[in-house]
Design a protein around this ligand. Structure first.
Ligand SMILES: Cc1cc2nc3c(=O)[nH]c(=O)nc-3n(C[C@H](O)[C@H](O)[C@H](O)COP(=O)(O)OP(=O)(O)OC[C@H]3O[C@@H](n4cnc5c(N)ncnc54)[C@H](O)[C@@H]3O)c2cc1C
Length: 508
């Protein structure tokens, strides 16, 4: 066997980088291949008018001491290096509807979460307490989220709970239900489809602690890259893999667009399964499986408007604002183009030179891929620059204006104080991360079809594993947990968890 590497990792998003560090720390010779110049996938940042913008990750749950994510990042050597900024603990997120001026807080800490919302819903204190308990209960059934090995049966006890049904069983107060689910953009929730556990695992982490990485989420990829180098791993950027070749039942090599071949004993794909299957030459993967993956529904995509603000003009909000046009936040995902924007989320960044003021604002709103499908033949990212044409530029400009006008109704102080702006569409996300249709979080989880919409870390090719947001859960926490599940296939779960939890501070 002429394998040069113990493990070849395809894709340098968080899933690939973290898997790489976990395996390199075990003494494995790791090679990580990333198509873009900048590592990180969704962790990438860019600058506009000398201000740093996050392309995706604006805040992270569970980085506070005592949380699982904190332990994982500490184990891989990056926790102490991250420069974190906490949000307002009495409301890291605020939820608003239509023209109603009320902004309902979602606060840090289980008791505080209940207390802050009970001010708006004084008769619902019991329901709020039950909600917080139910969120924890669901989390307890996902052993890896508690850094335990556990068994698959544990999950099945709660994985059939639908989000809407569970919220309905907790309270009959329609507005409170909507407030609890009002930031469903965090998981691209769909009524009747989204499982409760998805909501619970995401929200639980933010209720524990909510932080922004300063100056941007690319700090995560930078520090993971440094760890990879320290542990002797090779990282090849600008290396797009176009072919994966299986021979005699095992994956032999990954081939880049430039024709380089990377041989490995094991392979980890940090890719969307549809993209992976598109480059995999193997009869072991049956057409029925390929069709199943191709037929899966993806979470909706997004339009992002980034604004640079005039110094000292727009007071900082130390929270993220989630606005839903309708009283029923579940409608946003089904918007018609003429109704757009049906929702938005606002992410402010503080100006270090003018404390208390924002230097920039990112606005995120759902957008269906169909709205930009007519330009789908164009491809534009750092490794492949292409002008998508005037019509596309015009579309982006008109949508930016529409979105900004909507935001101005709630944040009028932005008027006249925007120095520069740029926008990203579903095509931008498709091209930068190779996620089909620029989907926000990959494959849509459907509580009615758990088996079909859940992707395993193992594949039919024994030395090919999967990692990343399409396996289990999306988000920085979800992808980190999945990296453990993936690497455990190679080094053993008990072994890995023992190392991660060794000397772990108590206090969950
Ligand atoms: C707009 C948006 C906002 C978000 N906000 C948050 C947030 O605030 N907090 C949070 O926790 N999560 C957030 N998320 C989710 C989170 O960013 C993702 O779930 C997570 O970063 C995905 O990591 P990944 O490693 O699975 O995939 P990716 O980050 O998509 O990484 C995949 C990598 O593979 C590379 N690749 C693809 N094809 C090839 C190929 N053929 N050859 C080589 N390399 C290839 C890509 O370039 C990319 O670097 C957000 C996501 C989006 C889209």
């Amino acid at each position: 066997m002429d394998s040069r590497y113990d493990v070849v990792i395809i894709g340098g998003g968080l899933g690939g980088l973290l898997s790489g560090v976990l395996l390199a720390k075990e003494g494995m010779k790791v090679c990580l291949l990333e198509k873009d110049k900048q590592l990180g996938g969704c962790l990438q940042t860019f600058s506009l008018h000398k201000k740093v913008f996050d392309s995706c990750v604006h805040y992270i749950g569970g980085l506070g001491e005592g949380h699982t994510l904190h332990s994982i990042f500490r184990y891989v050597g990056i926790m102490d290096k991250l420069h974190l900024k906490a949000f307002d603990t009495n409301g890291f997120d605020r939820i608003a509807f239509g023209n109603d001026e009320t902004e309902y807080p979602q606060a840090t800490g289980k008791e505080n979460f209940t207390e802050q919302l009970a001010r708006y819903f004084p008769r619902e204190k019991d329901a709020l307490e039950q909600y917080v308990r139910t969120v924890s209960q669901a989390g307890d059934h996902f052993p890896l989220y508690r850094l335990r090995a556990g068994s698959p049966e544990e999950k099945s006890a709660v994985s059939g709970w639908g989000l809407v049904d569970t919220l309905n069983s907790i309270t009959s107060n329609a507005r409170l239900r909507q407030v609890l689910a009002g930031n469903n953009l965090l998981y691209a929730g769909e009524a009747g489809k989204t499982p409760f556990y998805l909501h619970a695992l995401v929200l639980e982490s933010y209720i524990h602690s909510a932080h922004k990485i300063v100056p941007g989420s690319s700090q995560l990829s930078k520090f993971l890259w440094q760890e990879l180098q320290q542990h002797g791993a090779e990282v090849h950027r600008n290396t797009e893999i176009v072919k994966l070749v299986e021979e005699n039942g095992e994956l032999r090599y990954a081939e880049s667009a430039a024709g380089e071949r990377y041989y490995g004993k094991h392979f980890v794909a940090n890719l969307h399964p549809e993209a992976l299957l598109g480059m995999l030459e193997s009869k072991l993967v049956r057409p029925a499986y390929r069709n199943r993956i191709k037929g899966l529904e993806q979470t909706i995509s997004t339009f992002m408007l980034n604004l640079v603000l005039a110094p000292g003009t727009v007071p900082l909000r130390r929270y993220n604002l989630y606005w839903n046009a309708a009283e029923d936040s579940w409608q946003a995902v089904h918007y018609q183009p003429q109704e757009w924007p049906a929702n938005y989320a606002l992410f402010f960044t503080e100006d270090e030179h003018n404390p208390g003021y924002a230097e920039s604002l990112s606005i995120l709103a759902y957008m269906h891929y169909d709205e930009v499908a007519r330009w789908a033949h164009t491809h534009n990212h750092t490794g492949h620059k292409e002008d998508r044409g005037e019509e596309y530029a015009d579309f982006k400009a008109r949508r930016s204006e529409r979105l900004l006008n909507k935001v101005l109704e709630r944040v009028p102080e932005l008027k006249g104080n925007i120095v520069a702006q740029s926008a990203a569409s579903p095509l931008t996300y498709r091209d930068y991360t190779a996620t089909p249709k620029g989907s926000l979080y990959g494959i849509l989880k459907d509580v009615n079809k758990p088996a079909e919409t859940t992707i395993a870390t193992r594949t039919r090719i024994p030395n090919l594993l999967l990692t990343g947001q399409n396996v289990n859960l999306h988000g920085v926490l979800g992808v980190s947990i999945t990296a453990i599940a993936t690497c455990a296939e190679l080094v053993g779960m008990e072994h890995l968890l023992h190392k991660i939890t060794l000397n772990r501070p108590v206090g969950r």
